[in-house]
Design a protein around this ligand. Sequence first.
Ligand code: HDE
Length: 713
Amino acid sequence: MSDHERLHSNENQKKLNNLDAKEKQLESFTIDHTGKRMTTNQGLRVSNDDDSLRAGRRGPTIMEDFHFREKMTHFDHERIPERVVHARGSGAHGYFQVYEPMHELTEAGFLQDPSKKTPVFVRFSTVLGSKGSPDTARDVRGFATKFYTEEGIFDLVGNNIPIFFIQDAMKFPDVIHAGKPEPNREIPQAATAHDTFWDFVVNNTETAHMVLWVLSDRGIPRSFRMMEGFGVHTFRFVNKQGKARFVKFHWKPILGVHSLVWEEAQQLAGKDPDYHRRDLWNAIDAEHFPEYELGVQILEEEDEFAFDFDILDPTKFWPEEDIPVRKIGKLTLDRNVDNFFAETEQVAFHVANVVPGIDFTNDPLLQGRLFSYLDTQLIRLGGPNFHEIPINRSVSAVVNNQRDGYHRMTINRGVTSYSVNSLQNNDPKPSSEKEGGYVHYAEKVDGRKIRERSPSFNDHYSQATFFWNSMSEVEKQHIINAFHFEVGNVENKQIRQRVVEVFNNVDSELATLIAAGIGVDPPMAPGGTGVKASSPAVSQMTTKKSPKSRTVAILAENGVKYEEITQVIKNLNIEGVSANIISKTLGFITCENGQEIKVDKTFTTSDSVMYDAVYLPGGTESVTKLSEEAKALQFIKEAYTHAKTIGASNEGVELIADAQIYGIAIASVESSSSPINSLGVITIRNATNMQSFTHAFTQGIAKHRHWSREMNL
Ligand code: HDE
């Protein structure tokens, strides 16, 4: 071993010692080409990887060229079917830690010891679009978490919305067929703004509640790091004494729940279709690790019928005001994948992957999912051994009599692969409950075979009204705008009219406002459900706010004030905000004092929609040049229209007027009693010390958006 190799292997050893159980397992399958020679798949060294073997320099390729054939055959077979839903996704590794032992509620091992870190893999996704579709499409987001626990794998396969479109799994193929591109012309991609989806909605009114959620800002998250996750169904927690309680699972993002605005989402779909994937990757890379608290709502079995909805109905949520969410632990995503295909694409989630202490209920949607997830992997991953793919392997030993099948990896010794056997001592033996064997909760069930829904599932509208009541004026306006876009794209007028009728059952004002933008009549009769209550917890207005990991675009040209720009960047970085310098061309700009600053992006390679805020530093020459640059002015104008924080210092303030967005008086940190005015434009003149300015600017960024601006435009 050379010194270099030894050093390398010591480093590797050190690295290995710090890995968790899952990472160690993955490491043993991980290959690095650095410094290695190329071989065929048979391990034979390759002498030439550029030219096929041919009969004469200008002659035909000959069959004998095994290297060519192997290389091409492998390439020809590189693709697997994309997921039938949730095809577009992004994954990351991390760990979960519980805050305190949960034995009173559940015997799940990974929920007992606060010092224990359970490895996890999370895959976020959109639902309808193909694998290459844009991240920012209006859609539900998947939030699937694989816990590699010592008792086996637990998958929490959730979404960012706490309810679902339908009540019975039987209808899943229908709702998805209706939402996917229409079958004749395969249009539109990753969108529900078309006839078949809305035809389904008006004919299947159990969808009404979910449709409101998807058309709210939840359908266009700012980041995977800024959305909630929900297990959706009612599950069961069971403790060691066998006592069961109903449970709903929540993920609460530490950064709060924040969304894009629709125009921005649409622009991003073209400017950066990988916006969410890039955001997740960059945040982890910059060690702004995404964090979410695991919350549970617990319901005693005796309270099963205490509500005016059925707790088995997945189109209903449990209001947090009635059943508080108890935060029981935290998920941290701290490592990007090494290989997208091997990890994010091949990961296989399954709702049925549970551990002792977690069990199911009779929610008819959940029951159907228990079948679908295993079934779908068989075609997607090519056979029954997909649990042996590294990302899917349990960290607890897998021991059973299942054998053979495509791509079997293990070599099972011994003569028996059946039970009961006497030739091998009847190994492997099942375990009793005490020994950790999974025992299903012994719920009593009794009934006639029947294809019928419980009447307790019949109310399709009350919670939709409840949700609508919970929205702020801005959020309501966004929902109406979304209806105008979505239903406005429906060609069939009858369907558009029926949308108004269906949503009139939710709320008359809502239906009237929808009708006003889609060329049909307002509702004929008064509507609504009479529900007056609301749930502040479902509005995004009261969510957590933080500037951490936000990005600022700094527009600058030659002649910019060096001190201003460097002080602001330094202070922003201290607050966890990163900044990009954007100018007309790449390279360096020369500041007023002759110092050079590197340009990160140009007006051609970037756009305001890629940033959370804009800063316009002073410097007469820089500001004059920018004021003559149409794309720079457009940048500012768009950021303003999208309700983003805009900061400007000294001569930079003039640019705000040049962008002609600002007919209202400019607030200044010195003159205003509150440093941030409600419009989120922070300006300072005659300033040398940028600290108070940056502080006010950062507070503005933390607010995410200044929605009152939308009302004024
Ligand atoms: Fe899924 N769903 N789903 N789903 N789902 C799949 O499984 C299905 C539902 C969810 O990142 C598929 O491996 C049925 C609700 C996520 O790999 C498939 C029904 C919720 C993901 C499937 C539902 C989800 C999937 C496609 C109605 C939130 C992506 C590929 C009964 C609680 C997981 C795959 C990943 C994926 C079936 C409804 C979440 C076909 C039949 C409700 C996050 O098995």
